[in-house]
Design a protein around this ligand. Structure first.
Ligand code: PA5
Length: 450
């Protein structure tokens, strides 16, 4: 049985039961097509049975490399962008002490994980290298295509820094490359330099790749159990496969309900969490849904919010602004640690009525109160409930959202596994940078900018 629960009782005011039933047959068809590889983009459905097909040999190899990284490094720099970055960060930050970077590292079993190659800010790169002057570190460089500009620039800098600091041989022993089996500049470089290398399967696209070495190596190196993560995903895989009727399949229901809401003019979905540690999980979800569905001039815009923080900024708009929003809220029942509101004899702040209550209780009441207020304000609300944040429940939630996304894309009648739109800016950027091969585009774009 899976631990994740999907609730949609708060949609009663917005969607009639009959409207859901209208999707029974369509859901069954898409569900079948995903498993038989007959839907759109089926060459990229390797993620569907990925958890159950992940071998213990692969997990053991990853764990051995993770131990090696931990032994030789105070800091691990994970270099990648988009699907080659967000999944690892989502899981690592959800499971980590957010103040870990400020703690003394002596005696720590795992390195502090930092990120590079996910933007092109020169100041960030400068400060990173400045810090790395003082730290022992390793690098995991991830790129499926092996040619993406942001991680390629960051890795060029890191490679040179590593080689200057440790010499070429030791530098090579501190680099782990995760890329295509045979093509791309990173593959060529990894072969030449004899870096330890992992393969991203051909049939798994970037944003569906967190359960491949792309996510697994950084997550293991950060000190978390990839066996449990894969175990959780495997449970969800089995559950969603076995439950082929819409009413028993929570990922199918999520996919259908968001499309019904979309058809009613709710064109923006906010995924909200009440734990700051879920920030990057929400970022991962934004990429998954944005890149999968936003095409052919349609698709729900995926937005994120961190509550209660954003109730003091976006809260006004959500409650009273344009009524084109719906929310999916991730609620976590039990935190890992316990902190209670203390007694204060003076009670000048008037908080003694909360004395002895856990902060998580106050947070949970804020969540319930907000949900009702938003529903009253015309914002439909769905809920994902996790008993706690662990590798296992994160594995479940990752697979739940992957399946929900694929089914939702099929209902929307788009190919949820391609991303033609991300090339447009790159073509212009290469033209402006005067990359060889873009000469005609360079001339044309320069005229437009005059
Ligand atoms: O999901 C995707 O395909 C993209 O977000 C890619 O992951 C991202 O652009 C990075 O690409 P690559 O792994 O080829 O460097």
């Amino acid at each position: 049985m899976v631990k994740l629960r999907f609730r949609y009782d708060n949609l009663k005011a917005f969607i009639e039961k009959d409207q859901i039933r209208l999707f029974d047959a369509e859901f069954s068809l898409h569900h079948k097509n995903l498993y038989s590889g007959k839907g759109k983009g089926s060459e990229f459905t390797g993620w569907v049975d990925l958890p159950s097909k992940t071998s213990n040999d692969l997990l053991s190899r990853i764990e051995q490399d993770a131990l090696k990284i931990a032994k030789q490094s105070e800091v691990l720099v994970v270099t990648g962008i988009g699907g080659s970055y967000l999944g690892a960060r989502a899981v690592i930050e959800a499971l980590s002490n957010p103040l870990d970077g400020l703690m003394e590292r002596t005696g720590k079993k795992s390195p502090l994980v930092l990120y590079a190659g996910h933007h092109m800010d020169e100041d960030y790169q400068f400060h990173l290298m400045d810090l790395l002057d003082q730290k022992d570190y390793s690098v995991i460089v991830i790129s499926k295509s092996g040619t993406t500009t942001e991680p390629a620039i960051a890795f060029r800098l890191l490679k040179s820094h590593l080689e200057n600091k440790y010499g070429k041989e030791e530098a090579a022993a501190r680099v782990y490359a995760i890329t295509d089996a045979s093509k791309g500049a990173l593959k060529k470089l990894a072969d030449e330099k004899k870096y330890a290398t992992y393969v991203i399967p051909d049939d798994v696209g970037g944003r569906y790749s967190v359960l491949t070495p792309v996510g697994l190596l950084p997550i293991a190196a950060a000190g978390f159990s990839i066996h449990k993560l894969i175990g959780g995903a495997k449970n969800m895989e089995k559950f969603l496969k076995e439950n082929s009727g819409l009413s028993d399949n929570p990922a199918g229901l999520y996919a259908v309900l968001r499309n019904v809401l979309y058809q009613k003019g709710k064109t923006i979905e906010i995924l909200a969490g009440y734990k700051p540690s879920l920030h990057y999980f929400i970022e991962w979800w934004k990429q998954l849904y944005g890149e999968s569905e936003g095409k052919e001039e349609k698709g729900i815009f995926p937005a994120g919010a961190g509550f209660t923080t954003d109730l003091h900024s976006l809260g006004q708009y959500i409650q009273d602004g344009l009524r084109n929003l719906f929310e999916t809220v991730i609620n976590v029942e039990t935190p890992q640690n316990e902190v209670q509101v203390p007694n204060d004899p003076d009670d000048l702040d008037g908080l003694n009525y909360l004395e002895g209550k856990r902060i998580s209780y106050v947070n949970a009441m804020a969540s319930k109160a907000t949900m009702l207020a938003h529903v009253d304000g015309g914002v439909p609300n769905m809920e994902i409930v996790l008993p706690e944040i662990t590798e296992e429940t994160l594995g479940e939630m990752i697979y739940f959202f992957e399946m929900g996304c694929a089914l939702s894309g099929y209902i929307l009648d788009v190919n949820p596994f391609d991303q033609p739109g991300v090339e447009a800016y790159k073509k212009n950027m290469f033209a402006l940078l005067e990359k060889p091969g873009f000469e005609e585009d360079t001339q044309a774009i320069k005229k437009r900018l005059r």
